[in-house]
Design a protein around this ligand. Structure first.
Ligand SMILES: *Cc1c(COP(=O)(O)O)cnc(C)c1O
Length: 450
């Protein structure tokens, strides 16, 4: 299987190369030349398969960079935690993706990539510097996933005022081969610094790679849990369709879902829920794209994204082209997009009201990201009475205990701490500080890593 760049100006590469590079040289994002199709046998068997074996099977469809045995080893090691599909009411479910070591869904991709890239680096005797911008959760998932992996160093940039204290401590207390910079700016500033470093030929000798949602290695593992959840709530082997709701920021999670769908997972509709950063819902509605600068600050902080990188992939899959700065040079098939997606923006007030109501009415504890999703799903169901009784799943992307103040003030209860967060408060932190200044960033990189 080969992977092409959405900007179509650089050569196709293997999965190994796409994993190691992250972004394509022409600043486009890698996509598989064709989306591999889920066999009817797989759709039949999915509901009986364990998470690791389903993951290994799905990812193996993208090429032979890793043998089937290697993939099973990687996935068994990476997915050693629960993936609960929890019924909320009727046929509506949430999929809790918060049981990994950083308590967010980012663990699914990061833990796969850490192990996959670790193997490639040792095969090729290379050294790599993983450079990542985070809006809250990617950083700690990536840092945990690559912690102690030989041949790899990790540097994470996070926006100083936009990550919660717990999110920050999950990254800054690790040490070893992982380092952090607190940037006096927004997530988009962090992402812009990182992207510029990737494109800077002066830094080629650092062997930079990304573990952001721009890396194709993020998307493949993120298509697995859609198949897993759908197989457990609907008769997908016989084509029964599900409604899938994805709270979205940079749209990497949604792209995983779309890959599963294009591979034959029966999906009726994707409910795409954003916070007040509504550039994508407006785009789906109007066909016009306008990034939001600066991005709006919301309580679902990991989704404060004003110009999602993965939009390039989505537009590409629907036959259009948008470049890395947000110029829509060719419109995608808007009718097909609107058929597949119900995109909706949810305010902080609505998010809080949903956290309160879900707890009161169903005893279901949500945190802000999952609550954005759940609000979107309810809006879709209200607008589409004919689909009321269809099987539906909404992703809960983080653990409520990562947002204790918000959850406590709304529901009056203290979310129980998962093991991975116990004792975090008292651990010593280490990180550097920086302004949004590329020259400063560049000399930091060469000074520290060259
Ligand atoms: C990253 C993140 C999101 C958004 O996911 P995207 O792939 O960027 O759309 C949602 N919720 C949480 C908790 C996250 O960490």
């Amino acid at each position: 299987m080969k992977f092409y760049s959405t900007n179509k100006m650089s050569p196709e590469v293997s999965l190994a190369e796409a994993l190691l590079r992250g972004q394509a040289p022409d600043k486009g994002l890698y996509m598989p030349v064709r989306v591999p199709q889920l066999s009817s046998e797989l759709l039949q068997n999915a509901r009986k398969m364990s998470y690791p074996s389903l993951a290994a099977t799905v990812i193996s469809m993208y090429g032979d960079t890793f043998s089937a045995e290697e993939l099973l080893e990687i996935c068994t090691d990476a997915y050693d935690f629960d993936v609960p599909v929890e019924k909320v009411t009727g046929r509506r479910h949430i999929l809790r993706l918060d049981r990994g070591p950083s308590a967010s869904f980012k663990d699914f991709a990061a833990r796969f990539m850490g192990r996959a890239i670790g193997r490639l680096v040792s095969r090729q005797n290379r050294e790599l510097l993983i450079l990542t911008a985070t809006s809250g959760d990617t950083g700690s998932a990536v840092a945990h996933a690559f912690l102690g992996v030989a041949g790899i160093r990790v540097l994470v940039l996070f926006p100083k005022d936009e990550v919660s204290e717990r999110q920050r401590k999950q990254m800054t207390t690790l040490g070893n081969n992982v380092s952090m910079i607190s940037v006096d700016g927004k997530f988009d500033d962090c992402q812009a610094l990182v992207k510029r470093a990737f494109a800077d030929s002066d830094l080629a000798s650092l062997n930079l790679s990304s573990a952001n949602s721009i890396n194709i290695g993020r998307l493949l593992p993120q298509s697995v849990y859609y198949i897993y959840a759908a197989s457990r709530i609907a008769d997908i082997a016989n084509g029964e369709k599900v409604i899938v709701c994805v709270p979205s920021g940079n749209f990497g999670n949604l792209m995983g879902a779309v890959l599963a769908y294009k591979g034959g997972l029966p999906v009726e509709k994707f409910v795409v829920a954003t916070n007040a950063n509504d550039e994508v819902p407006l785009f789906v509605e109007s066909g016009m794209y306008q990034k939001i600068e600066p991005s709006r600050v919301c309580i679902s902080n990991a989704m404060n994204v004003g110009h999602p990188s993965n939009l390039a992939r989505l537009v590409d899959l629907y036959g259009g082209h948008i470049d890395e700065v947000g110029n829509l040079t060719q419109k995608p098939d808007m009718a097909a997009l609107r058929r597949d997606f119900y995109a909706v923006s949810i305010s902080d007030d609505e998010t809080r009201a949903t956290i309160k109501l879900a707890y009161k009415k169903y005893g279901t504890l949500l945190e802000p990201h999952g609550a954005v999703g759940w609000t979107g799903l309810e809006k879709y169901m209200d607008a589409t009475p004919a689909h009321q009784d269809m099987a539906a799943v909404c992703l809960e992307t983080a653990h409520p205990a990562k947002f204790p103040d918000e959850v406590r003030s709304i529901t009056g209860i203290d979310p129980p701490l998962p093991d991975c967060l116990v004792g975090l408060e008292s651990k010593p932190e280490a990180f550097d500080k920086m302004n949004v200044d590329y020259d400063e960033f560049k000399s930091y990189l060469t000074g520290k890593y060259q």
